[in-house]
Design a binder for this molecule. Sequence first.
Ligand SMILES: [Zn+2]
Length: 264
Amino acid sequence: MPQETTSRAKLKAVTSRSDAIEGEPERDLEECPMCFGTGMEVVPNKGARICVCRKLKSQVGKFERVRLPKRYDGFHFSNYKPQNHTQKEALKLAMSLTMDFPAVDRGLLLMGTVGVGKTHLGVSILKGLTERGFSCLFYEFGSLLKEIQDSYNPNTFSSELGVLSPVLKADVLVLDELGASKPTDWVRDTMAHVINSRYNDKKLTVFTTNYLDERRRDGEEILEDRIGTRLRSRLYEMCKTVIMAGEDFRKTFDRTRGAASQAQ
Ligand SMILES: [Zn+2]
């Protein structure tokens, strides 16, 4: 396929020019858990389709409306390097969701400590779905709350629809760092409004969070402490919980795995 050759050549050029993408593209493709490097994925009863790992990367300006911060420009499925089987499984689920949407009934809750690549996968999902033509939006939990708060109009006791409307209407929303803001009543009410509205409209939402479901030591806050019990259980309905373990994290993973699978 001539087009394929072009995109591979571009990949190589980028890699050798800047180090923006680590490692060798060929090797990444070989390691793709969806297509095992063939570039095609076989879907039962449907035939073959091009794997998301082969989608073109350089779509300048295309992601502006998505509100992706510049620092995530280099995040793609093809350069996510899983360090263990939990991260590999998370990559696989993220790619499946990207290829199967809108024929998916739940989003993802990517859960794990700092540095396991939750945001990398969330961003890759958004890029893949934007390329497929869906309206996507990225927000950090804290920034979204701040924008809503800043637009609050004390005369009408309401926030500007300008901020909230795209968040409620986007086909796919990635909400990064869920629970990062201090959980005041206002924060909880506002998040409940956003999340419940999207749930009622059957809109897909992908969350990332540094908070876990199980307390590893006394005094450690868990996700439920940060967003409240009701919202946590709503997330079970909206999302598949995906626990991504880090290097120092195996113990916790083994203990929390039971809780996560019960919820599925
Ligand atoms: Zn692939």
